[in-house]
Design a protein around this ligand. Structure first.
Ligand code: SF4
Length: 398
């Protein structure tokens, strides 16, 4: 592939992360916490124990300030407060859909210039047996998938591990969902994480990995690896690494069963065509009938929704422990596609089901707040300052 062709597939970040003068400890591993403690003069013999204390306060109990850390000495708390924070992204706006879906617009702490602060969205989807949080990995996206609203944005920058885990922490804060706080039925509300928000997670591999290792650590946020799903458009070289280094469930944004069409819908296919992508799935560490790979397939009217496509899909997935998630297309202003007719979605689903695959049709959630799949874009950017302040005030008071 020529450089020019590659440039069309992948955008280059416009900016790099600038940490605030007083950095947040959120997103650091135990070893990194111990190292930071060393920087502020904590004796080597104490660092491991202190790092574990911080870990528990931050990731198990969700402390928002060092003053809450009552088993840490007063002097140490003051010392920590002088150099660090436990800040997470700031909630700029909260919208609650008729169906209970919540979307937060989050401002990322970045440098000291508020004008330059970036924003991402994060969506919580409650269901009867679970609560799923959809998390972003980039501001904007590296890729240009033609059916995706986020793909129309520039790639501003990769998120840090702290900004990724910070989204989970904000959700727990807003839902009052930390370990020693009461929840309506005594269960945690955020039970599942999907890396399906803005961005291609495998183009920000290290930060996503570090954040997910904290999410799944059972002495902290403690969400099982089986309840964490990373969705990729098919960055083949990092698929195996995901299995080996993170060990979470894998989802593939497939959307087409022939290279010509997938080249158009998911242009990254020109770099990593179907054959290579499916081989990486066959080789995915830990995939089994109990841990199936999810293939996401957006239903586009007259584009990829024929029964011939369904037949080819079944053929392609032969030998892969798979389930197929059919996603009715969520139109957005300016999109070139329409959602398949319901009738056709049902026929497609039935064909796949009869071939032995689970093929649930994803119920559209949060459509009224543009929170549904592929619609994540900071449309609040268009709001006036006054409207945004009003939304922010709402977010702070309820
Ligand atoms: S579908 Fe995912 S990878 Fe493709 S443009 Fe949208 S956010 Fe990026």
């Amino acid at each position: 592939m020529t450089l020019a062709a590659a440039a069309q597939l992948e955008k280059t970040p416009l900016e790099t992360y600038v940490p605030p003068a007083k950095p947040s400890l959120i997103g650091l591993s135990r070893a990194e916490l111990a190292e930071r403690l060393g920087h502020i003069g904590v004796a080597p013999a104490q660092r491991k124990m202190r790092a574990q204390q911080l870990w528990n306060w931050m990731y198990l109990r969700g402390a928002r300030d060092f003053s809450e850390m009552t088993n840490v000495s007063k002097e140490m708390r003051a010392q920590l407060g002088e150099h660090f924070t436990v800040d997470r992204p700031e909630v700029v706006a909260e919208q609650i859909s008729n169906d209970g879906t919540r979307k937060w617009l989050l401002r990322l702490p970045s440098g000291d210039d508020v004008q330059k602060a970036h924003e991402v969205e994060c969506v919580y989807i409650p269901e009867t047996d679970r609560g799923t949080l959809c998390v972003s990995s980039q501001v904007g996206c590296t890729l240009n998938c033609s059916f995706c609203h986020t793909g129309t944005q520039r790639l501003v920058r990769n998120l840090t591990a702290g900004e990724i885990i910070g989204q989970v922490m904000v959700a727990r804060d807003r839902l009052n969902d930390w370990v020693d706080r009461e929840t309506p039925n005594g269960n945690r509300l955020v039970t599942n994480i999907v890396m399906m928000g803005m961005g291609e997670p495998l183009y920000n591999f290290e930060a996503v990995r570090d954040a997910l290792l904290i999410v799944t650590d059972n002495e902290g946020i403690g969400i099982s690896r089986r309840r964490v799903t990373l969705s990729t458009s098919g960055v083949v070289p990092n698929i195996i690494r995901t299995g080996e280094e993170i060990g979470v469930m894998l989802a593939i944004s497939l959307h087409a069963v022939r290279d010509e069409l997938r080249d158009e819908l998911v242009p990254l296919n020109r770099k990593y065509p179907l054959k290579e992508l499916l081989q990486a799935c066959r080789d995915y560490p830990g995939a089994s009938n109990a841990r199936r790979i999810t293939f996401e397939y957006v239903m586009l009217k007259g584009v990829n929704d024929s029964l011939d496509d369904a037949r080819r899909l079944v053929q392609l997935l032969k030998g892969i422990p798979a389930k197929i998630n059919l996603i009715p297309f969520n139109p957005w202003p300016g999109s070139a596609y329409e959602c398949s007719d319901w009738d056709q979605i049902e026929k497609f689903s039935e064909y796949i089901f009869n071939a032995g695959y689970s093929s649930p049709v994803r119920t559209p959630r949060g459509r009224d707040i543009l929170a549904a799949c592929g619609q994540l874009k900071s449309e609040t950017e268009k709001l006036s300052v006054r409207e945004r302040d009003a939304l922010r005030a709402m977010a702070m008071t309820d």
